[in-house]
Design a protein around this ligand. Structure first.
Ligand code: MN
Length: 392
């Protein structure tokens, strides 16, 4: 067994983000631009108001842990004055392709699946024309960014208000060079759920184009109450709300399998980012039990047990979870992946090497390599392999 203790470990990240710069919607006509998602922070910095297509939502700003050891900003970082500034600085630097690549090299990350930020809000747009124009503007920005390095795998934004519009944008995006499309854990508010027949042409378009479906957890649609990510208050709320964000990805995968979408499209691949990995074998067991024990009520009938679609066509990334590596070798889910979640506070930026060593030192090299590198290469074979000097 190769001893990686003390040496640099390399990994691909199945969960990273880019924060679109102000002005990403500037090319749009005024009446559409004013309906695009934008955030206005309170002077206190504790809350932000998000405006989307005539809707308005408030949420608490994500914060680092008070007193947490400064993690630094990687190579060539400029000094920062406060933790708020740290996040903003990291975000701005992450938008500079050269700086981002230096950061990745410093952290030991080769390639990244990069989700949008405003794009994660944009699916809440309810006006079809606005949704189409917004997705296209976000995609043009992401394509431009992606063109800076084959190590960047940006996710396309898709307008979900209308299934035909979604199909059209998936086809355009695949032609334009996207290999990944962002899917929220649920459709926009008021639309049929992902197991509904309405979306069948969309799954077909993903399968035909070879674009991977990238589900990022925590992307429930905003509802008319204006609530975002707050399900519990009071005692235990922070932990309750954080754990709650993981369930949406599991539900979405269960829907795609149970409705037969993965069965009808064996080429379809689904990545669930940031939601951990140990849930996969658990959900697989539950689906099989339901499928078998309630067989008389099951429709559609699938060509094989539901668990097999999960094990073969679904992938999942975690960042710190201690049990996730065992989901691969002990529970048999070969599609466990790792992700940095750069530049978010849940992520590993600044301590990636420490985390990778804690997770992988002493782990079977084949298992370790599959989780860090191999599964990502399988999903995105166009990404060049790691150079010889970055193979550990
Ligand atoms: Mn993430």
């Amino acid at each position: 067994m190769a001893d990686m203790t003390g040496s640099k470990i390399w990994a691909n990240s199945a969960d990273s983000h880019i924060v679109e710069p102000p002005g990403v919607f500037d090319s749009l006509p005024e009446h559409i631009r004013e309906r695009m998602p934008r955030s206005v922070k309170d002077p206190s910095g504790e809350f932000e108001t998000i405006y989307i297509d005539g809707q308005e939502f408030r949420r608490a700003m994500p914060k680092p842990t008070p007193g947490k050891e400064k993690k630094g900003l990687g190579i060539n970082a400029r000094p920062v004055d406060s933790e708020e500034d740290e996040f903003i600085t990291r975000t701005i630097q992450g938008n500079d392709p050269a700086h981002r690549l230096r950061d990745l090299d410093g952290e030991g990350i080769w390639a990244e699946a990069i989700y949008p930020s405003l794009g994660i809000w944009a699916f809440n747009i309810r006006t079809p024309e606005v949704a189409r124009a917004g997705a296209r503007a976000l995609n043009e920005f992401a394509l431009d960014f992606q063109s800076n390095s084959p190590r960047f795998v940006c996710a396309a934004s898709i307008p979900f208000v209308d299934a035909d519009d979604a199909v059209a944008e998936i086809r355009w995006a695949a032609d334009a060079g996207f290999h990944l499309g962002f899917l929220p854990v649920q459709p926009p508010f008021g639309r049929p759920d992902w197991n509904d027949e309405e979306w069948d042409p969309m799954w077909a378009a993903f399968a035909e184009t070879g674009m991977v479906i990238g589900i990022h957890i925590g992307t429930e649609p905003v509802d008319p109450s204006g609530r975002i990510g707050v399900y519990y208050r009071g005692r235990g709320g922070a932990v309750l709300n954080y754990v709650e964000t993981t369930y949406g990805g599991q539900r979405a995968v269960t829907k795609l399998i149970a409705c037969g979408a993965l069965d009808r499209h064996p080429a379809l691949r689904v990545l669930v980012s940031e939601g951990g990995a140990t849930w996969g074998p658990f959900i697989a067991d539950r689906m099989d039990e339901g499928y078998r024990q309630h067989g008389a009520a099951v429709k559609p009938v699938l060509s094989k047990p539901p668990s097999q679609f999960l094990y073969e066509q679904v992938y999942a990334s975690f960042q710190h979870d201690r049990s996730a590596v065992a989901a691969q070798w002990a529970m048999g889910w070969k599609n466990v992946m790792w992700g940095s979640d750069y530049p978010h506070f849940e992520g590993t930026f600044g301590h990636t090497q420490k985390t990778l060593h804690e997770l992988f030192d002493g782990v079977d090299p084949e298992v370790s390599r599959r989780i860090r590198i191999g599964a990502f290469q399988e999903l995105f074979p166009h990404v060049p392999e790691l150079p010889a000097d970055r193979q550990s």
